[in-house]
Ligand binder design. Structure first.
Ligand code: ATP
Ligand code: MG
Length: 317
């Protein structure tokens, strides 16, 4: 298995709690909170660990919340590299209203990070080699310009490693301008990329085909929640449906999906095989409550279903 290194520039302590009934202006009694280390790359590393494999999680953290974040990482038994910053690591809040079963997710912006603080991460990427998979997932904190994604893509290219990105907005644009190995936008992130929030199926195929034809990414995976995903590469254009389940919480589905994809790619699978496994991991995450990621026993059952489901090859043009 090749090395997988995940990067989380704007991690968060995910604090989850439940409440009987959410109402304004009243004091609300919450259940004892559960604390988990979150942020795209960290979640990908945790999901890979749940799948019984290994990766290295590089993350920025600082202040007393940063120390608490690192203690949560230690409890997860992840191989991790902490790059220390002076600002305080953010805390996000997930509140489940038991009366409706609805989840409210409050995300904080994160501390401002200086170039002196984030530059060491690029130095780590600069030491990657041809066998490595570099995963950058999640938002950039204030102070880290979107152009950095282009710089990261250039460094990875120079090292002849492979870059997998799950970022949205301007950072995605800069990454694609330079060229990457795989991107995994969801439908609305792809819509934002082409400047059309109401993106149609035809536009999905046009936009992804254009990205591939321009050589901006070797593979594009557009995830579409319960509908599964569309995989587009130079040679294929496939719709892979997700197994039908009754979801408990869809939080962490995208990160679990990405974990499954990069894990299989690192073991030598082709894009289609890796993305089929990723679909099983994403759907598996929806079977677990709160912010929980995929579990391997669910993944194995669902992967069989994905293999049994027919993937639909779309007409090329
Ligand atoms: N309701 C669902 N039922 C079955 N599978 C689902 C459901 N929601 C998500 N999934 C699975 O998870 C994958 C990723 O989901 P989605 O497209 O919602 O990602 P995302 O928007 O990036 O998620 P996140 O909020 O975690 O960033 C889907 O392709 C699918 O396999
Ligand atoms: Mg996502």
């Amino acid at each position: 298995m090749n090395r997988i290194i995940t990067f989380t520039f704007n991690p968060a302590i995910d604090k989850s709690t439940t409440i009987g009934h959410l109402v304004p202006e009243k004091k609300l009694a919450c259940s004892p909170p559960v604390f988990e280390p979150g942020g795209g790359g960290v979640n990908v590393s945790r999901a890979i660990r749940n799948l019984g494999e290994h990766s290295t999680a590089v993350y920025l953290s600082g202040g007393y919340t940063g120390r608490f974040f690192s203690s949560l990482i230690e409890k997860e038994h992840l191989d991790a590299i902490n790059v220390t910053i002076s600002g305080k690591t953010r805390e996000n809040l997930v509140v489940m209203d038991v009366s409706t079963g609805q989840q409210y997710r409050f995300g904080m912006p994160g501390p401002t990070v200086s170039e002196k603080e984030w530059r060491p991460c690029l130095d780590i990427i600069g030491k990657s080699s041809v066998d490595d998979f570099i995963v950058v997932s999640g938002s950039l904190p204030p102070g880290m310009p979107a152009e950095i994604m282009g710089e990261i893509a250039a460094i990875v290219k120079k090292r002849r490693a492979r870059l997998i990105v799950d970022v949205a907005g301007k950072p995605l644009e800069y990454a694609l301008q330079e060229g990457v190995y795989l991107i995994k936008p969801n439908l609305s992130e792809l819509g934002a990329y082409i400047g059309d929030p109401g993106i149609t199926e035809t536009e999905v195929y046009q936009a992804t085909r254009q990205i591939i034809n321009r050589g901006q990414s070797a593979a594009v995976v557009v995830s579409i929640g319960a509908s599964g995903c569309i995989l587009v590469t130079k040679d294929e254009q496939v719709m892979i449906p997700a197994p039908l389940v009754k979801p408990v919480s869809t939080v962490g589905a995208g990160d679990s999906m990405l974990a499954g994809i990069v894990l299989k790619l690192s073991k030598g699978a082709g894009f289609l095989g890796a993305v089929r496994y990723g679909i099983a991991c994403g759907t598996a995450a929806t079977l677990r409550p709160g912010t929980a990621l995929c579990h391997i026993d669910d993944v194995e059952k669902l992967f069989q279903q994905v293999l049994n489901n027919a993937s639909v090859t779309m007409a090329t043009w």
